[in-house]
Design a protein around this ligand. Structure first.
Ligand code: ATP
Ligand code: MG
Length: 638
């Protein structure tokens, strides 16, 4: 019975597969042959059918054995019963016969024998005397002794045979007739096996067997329905283990139930996975390389230094993003093109050529001022040979060292300025000490003047050294406050007193506007003093003769505000961005003629910030400047 749906794709696939196998011939015992469906059984049913047939065979053999065994047992029982019956008749007859014959009751004996023969269906039942005289028999015609002799030999007669075959029981018993002689009782009885009883029994066994077979068939049908999917899957698995990979050959009919559908789904998944693995195996190395390359590119692009790899033909093989930025070109244009097209610095090109050609074997470092694009930076080119088996190549690392150079320049300027600053007061001190020594004794006014100058220069020295120390403290990160009570009225009075002489010298109108009452605040008096001195000192320094400087102090909402307004040279917008940087001095030529190190505002802002305040500037070139210092007076200083 072929249950396949001829329209189902699986069925179709199976038949196509079968045809192809036939075409290939019997020399190919392939897995596909395993899945070829038979005409009677569906794919996967062979195993179940075999099991069913074996079970039916076992039932039939058991039934036959049981029938035969029952038949034999019945025959044995019939034969045994017959033998017992005949033995009982014999016993009854010989006892009765001996008694009756002793009383010469021959006719009674004959009746008895005839009755017994008839009643018990005896083939032979007779009383035999010596010389074969038959006194009584179940067959009256056999009687040849009509009268009982008075006496005869009492020698016991030879006993007949006692046999029991399948069909006949024969018994013989000697008789001793009291006062007459000896005789013998012979019995022979056939054994009848009643056919109807046997048939009945066999029919019963047969009926039980048939019922068992029918039950088996029903169970088989049920099992077959349930297990055929498993059988089909098993066969597909066997085919798979033999190397069959075709989906069509491995799929099972979906009508076999949910197991079959699950199996087919599994096959589809397996197919997809295999495809993915194959595709992955092809793609992976490519992907790996891409990923690695991508990772490297990303890493190189993350570098702040520019990197250019150059081959022996002086072409760029690799360029990172930073290199393109430093060389102010596009990376795509650089890769593959000659170095001369993107590096315009002659000395750098010469160095690269030497290294790439292999004539220079050491690392070379060159610094050049950046060209083009309006930038004024400094680029450092490090050119190193890259050893390769096929050709020599060079690696160029480009760094922007502008900041370092600016810092270096600033430091150098500071040292030069500081040296200059220190040398001037020191020279003055030496000169006035010599004057005081030489002329002082003779002329006391000269000596007094000399001592005043010495005192002034010493204070200037002290201030320069203090500023330098403070700058180094700021750089070292250990610029700290010594907080205590600061009386603002005293502080401002002292400030005015300190700068009045200088203002007078330059005929500058120096004014201080204080509120009626000034509180005492908590802070580092010396450092606040340094900040205020720098601001007022600058105002006087950078204001020409007969100018104006005003110090306006206000206290509002817990904030002390000090405005230092001057009518001096002013600061242009670009310089305003930098004047709080260390060592910075405005580019204005008038500034360079005035003594200064460019540290005052740096220190002032740092001090004010440490107190939680700020310094801002508002200035216009040639018109004057307004520096505003704000300080929270009720907030604890940091
Ligand atoms: P020093 O370290 O002796 O104070 P400096 O005065 O030059 O030297 P800063 O006080 O830091 O240094 O000032 C930095 C620069 O800001 C000055 O060189 C100057 O160019 C500019 N500047 C500061 N105050 C004024 C001002 N009131 N008017 C004009 N320019 C000013
Ligand atoms: Mg200053």
């Amino acid at each position: 019975m072929d249950r396949r749906n001829p329209e189902s794709p699986v069925g179709e696939a199976q038949s196509i597969e079968s045809k192809s196998v036939e075409a290939r011939g019997s020399a190919l015992p392939t897995a596909v042959e395993v899945v070829r469906p038979s005409r009677l059984l569906m794919r996967g049913e062979t195993g179940i059918a075999r099991a069913g047939l074996i079970l039916a065979g076992i039932v039939l053999v058991a039934m036959a054995t049981s029938g035969w065994w029952t038949y034999q047992a019945q025959r044995d029982a019939v034969a045994t019963a017959r033998r017992q019956q005949v033995a009982a008749v014999e016993s009854l007859l010989w006892q009765s016969t001996e008694v009756l014959l002793a009383q010469d009751e021959v006719s009674a004996v004959r009746r008895l024998v005839a009755d017994a023969g008839r009643t018990y269906n005896l083939k032979r039942c007779r009383i035999v005397l010596p010389d074969n005289g038959i006194l009584a028999s179940s067959e009256p015609s056999q009687i040849n002794l009509h009268k009982l002799p008075v006496t005869w030999s009492d020698t016991p007669m030879e006993a007949g045979q006692n046999t029991a075959s399948e069909m006949l029981v024969t018994l013989s018993h000697p008789l001793q007739i009291a006062g007459r002689g000896s005789a013998r009782l012979d019995l022979a009885a056939p054994i009848d096996y009643p056919l109807s009883v046997f048939l009945e029994t066999q029919a019963g066994v047969g009926a039980i067997g048939a019922a068992a077979l029918v039950s088996l068939l029903l169970v088989y049908r049920n099992m077959r329905w349930r297990l055929r999917a498993m059988g089909a899957i098993r066969e597909a698995l066997l085919a798979l283990s033999q190397g069959e990979l075709s989906m069509a050959a491995l799929a099972v009919g979906p009508d076999l139930g949910p197991e079959a559908i699950a199996w087919n789904d599994l096959l589809i998944e397996k197919d997809k996975l295999s495809t993915l693995v194959v595709v992955g195996a092809i793609r992976d190395p490519v992907n790996d390389r891409r990923v690695n390359k991508g990772d490297l590119d990303a890493a190189f692009d993350a570098m702040s230094q520019g990197l250019v790899l150059i081959n022996d033909k002086l072409e760029a093989k690799f360029v990172n993003g930073a290199a393109a930025v430093f060389l102010q070109t596009r990376r795509e244009q650089m890769v593959g093109s000659g170095v001369g097209q993107f590096i315009k610095y002659k000395e750098v090109l010469a160095a690269i050529e030497g290294v790439a050609a292999g004539t220079v074997r050491r690392r070379m470092t060159l610094e050049v001022k950046q060209e083009g694009g309006g930038s004024t930076g400094v680029l450092k080119f490090s050119i190193r040979p890259v050893r390769r088996e096929d050709s020599a190549a060079a690696m160029v690392i480009i760094e922007d060292v502008t900041q370092q150079r600016v810092a270096d320049e600033a430091r150098n300027a500071f040292v030069a300025q500081a040296t200059h600053e220190l040398r001037t007061p020191l020279t003055n001190i030496r000169l006035y000490v010599e004057t005081a020594i030489e002329e002082g004794e003779a002329n006391p006014s000269v000596r007094t003047n000399a001592l005043n100058v010495i005192n002034q220069e010493a204070r200037r020295l002290e201030s320069i050294v203090t500023e330098m120390l403070s700058v180094s403290e700021i750089e070292a990160g250990c610029f700290k406050l010594n907080r205590a009570e600061v009386r603002l009225d005293a502080l401002f009075a002292e400030l005015l007193a300190d700068y009045e002489p200088q203002a007078r010298d330059k005929s500058i109108d120096l004014k201080m506007n204080l509120p009626p009452k000034l509180p005492a605040i908590k802070g580092d008096r010396d450092k606040i003093n340094v900040a205020l001195h720098n601001l007022v000192g600058n105002a006087l320094k950078y204001t020409s003769l007969k100018g104006k400087v005003a110090i306006n102090v206000t206290i509002d909402k817990g904030t002390l505000t000090v405005e230092i307004v001057d009518s001096g040279i002013g600061i242009d917008a670009e310089d305003q961005k930098h004047i709080f940087n260390k060592f910075y001095r405005a580019k204005d030529p008038r500034v360079s003629k005035i003594v200064g190190t460019g540290l005052g505002l740096t220190l002032a802002r740092e001090v004010v910030r440490l107190h939680g305040g700020e310094i801002t500037v508002d200035s216009q070139l040639d018109k004057g400047s307004r520096f505003t210092l704000t300080l929270p007076i009720d907030v604890e200083a940091v």
